[in-house]
Ligand binder design. Sequence first.
Ligand SMILES: *[C@@H]1O[C@H](CO)[C@@H](O)[C@H](O)[C@H]1NC(C)=O
Ligand SMILES: *[C@@H]1O[C@H](CO)[C@@H](O)[C@H](O)[C@H]1NC(C)=O
Ligand SMILES: *[C@@H]1O[C@H](CO)[C@@H](O)[C@H](O)[C@H]1NC(C)=O
Length: 278
Amino acid sequence: MKLFCLLYYTSVCLKLVLVKANAKEFKSIQTTGSTRALQSKNTTDVDSASKIECALLCLSNRQCCLASFSKGTCRIDNSEKCDIGTETINGWTTIRRNIYHITPQLKDCSELPPGTSSGVYDITPVNGSTISVFCEMDTGNGGWTTIQRRFDGTVDFYRFWDDYKAGFGVIAGEHWLGNDNLHAILRQRSYQVRFDLEDYSGNTAYAIYSAMYVGDESTNYTLSLTGYAGTAGNAMVDNNGNPMNGMMFTTRDRNNDISTPYECGNRKKSGWWHASCT
Ligand SMILES: *[C@@H]1O[C@H](CO)[C@@H](O)[C@H](O)[C@H]1NC(C)=O
Ligand SMILES: *[C@@H]1O[C@H](CO)[C@@H](O)[C@H](O)[C@H]1NC(C)=O
Ligand SMILES: *[C@@H]1O[C@H](CO)[C@@H](O)[C@H](O)[C@H]1NC(C)=O
């Protein structure tokens, strides 16, 4: 299967490249018995039928790091640092979000609560600066941070190394998020990646790899990609059987592919982890 959009030689468009944290530390709950959050100005008591419902209420509120439940009451703690005191009272269940660290800042789109709309959000990767990203919340259970989005050909992807390094295009429209930004996201924890493809007849397919990593610029953004599932076949192997796993990034001005005599960055009119150009 060929991968590139609106280019010479190809009939398939790679519309979306999305990454999502694999981490179980999000969207899971640990409960312990017999403590509850002390009342403070940042706790809210709401009616709730069960501790599961109370846990879901906490999960749907990004500020909530702790909740406690007893007999129809769910106490949600919204304190910013999650440092509110607890007291021991029989009959209460404490529900802690299983996150080592909660801040008002998103590390990536997987921290948005379920039910949030797709759109442009600011994220701040650990040790990185704040960037605007498109959070895809409608595809594959949501929570995806968009690396590439192409759908109408309004943005030119035939660009130079420094463009791919920094990112280009319109975040709400077609864009490449930028290789430095991609690395800053992926180095935080374990990520899966999803590629969404469409051919000119409107047939769609996707490929998910359960583990993806991209090194920093000193490695030429070397790609690591394992654990395929999906409907697209192992789409990240080119027609000569060369995997993109392990490839460095190539652009029109920096050729790191294995193709001779072609330079794939030119032939494909796009930067990518090109192997050969088939
Ligand atoms: C209470 O919550 C508000 C908004 O959620 C937050 O701005 C404030 O810092 C919190 N106060 C404390 C003491 O955590
Ligand atoms: C952030 O920086 C600290 C201090 O240099 C380092 O220990 C940590 O591994 C870094 N984390 C990430 C995700 O880069
Ligand atoms: C990165 O790419 C440049 C340009 O193609 C090349 O000269 C350099 O050796 C590559 N770096 C590594 C670590 O392979």
